[in-house]
Design a protein around this ligand. Structure first.
Ligand SMILES: Cc1cc2nc3c(=O)[nH]c(=O)nc-3n(C[C@H](O)[C@H](O)[C@H](O)COP(=O)(O)O)c2cc1C
Length: 167
């Protein structure tokens, strides 16, 4: 029997959630029983044996939902392995990061837990899903719009994570 793995995401506009689902497929292929859930109010049950956390970056920061999730589930999370991924435009637009700084911020949000794997993926910017303010802001900052998700890289990372988590 594979492990029971929970993937929680703090997606606002759906792109991080889709990445979470792609990772779920790879973990399932490795034999795990996987559940994907929104991070808000998510509880790590006693039966969950590993967790993957996915969070987007908005306005220069990992969304605060991560800190809340970790604080709310500390006792259980301290007993099981954890992997984490950030999503944002920084991998294709270093001014929006840099990636290293955002990964440091993600590590801080998880502390004192230490992930067995951590990475950042390029996300998706869809002007159709932005508010007027967001559209104006990203236009002003010349943030490129489009879908920059590299599904091969995402799935390759997921296969590594499957091994690291003992899926
Ligand atoms: C208003 C706004 C601000 C953003 N700020 C950043 C940022 O500072 N750094 C970054 O790397 N990505 C930034 N992004 C890109 C998002 O992280 C990216 O669109 C991501 O895929 C969104 O995930 P979601 O669809 O799950 O909400 C921003 C996007 C928007 C719409």
């Amino acid at each position: 029997m594979g492990k029971k793995i929970l993937i929680v995401h703090a997606s606002k506009k759906g792109s991080t959630e889709e990445i979470a689902k792609a990772i779920a497929q790879e973990l399932q292929a490795a034999g795990a029983a996987v559940e994907v859930a929104g991070m808000e109010g998510a509880t790590v049950g006693e039966d969950v044996q590993a967790v993957v956390i996915g969070a987007p970056v908005y306005a220069g920061h990992i969304v605060p939902a991560v800190v809340k999730f970790v604080a709310g589930n500390r006792p259980r999370l301290e007993k099981i392995p954890l992997a984490a991924f950030a999503v944002g435009i920084a991998p294709v637009m270093p001014q929006a990061g840099p990636v290293e700084k955002l990964l440091e911020e993600m590590k801080k949000a998880l502390a004192p837990l230490t992930p067995v794997a951590i990475t950042m993926f390029a996300g998706k910017l869809d002007p159709g899903k932005m508010s007027f303010v967001e559209r104006t802001m990203t236009k002003m900052l010349k943030v490129p719009t489009g879908d920059f998700r590299d599904w091969e890289a995402i799935r390759a990372w997921a296969r590594e994570v499957a091994k690291a988590l003992g899926a």
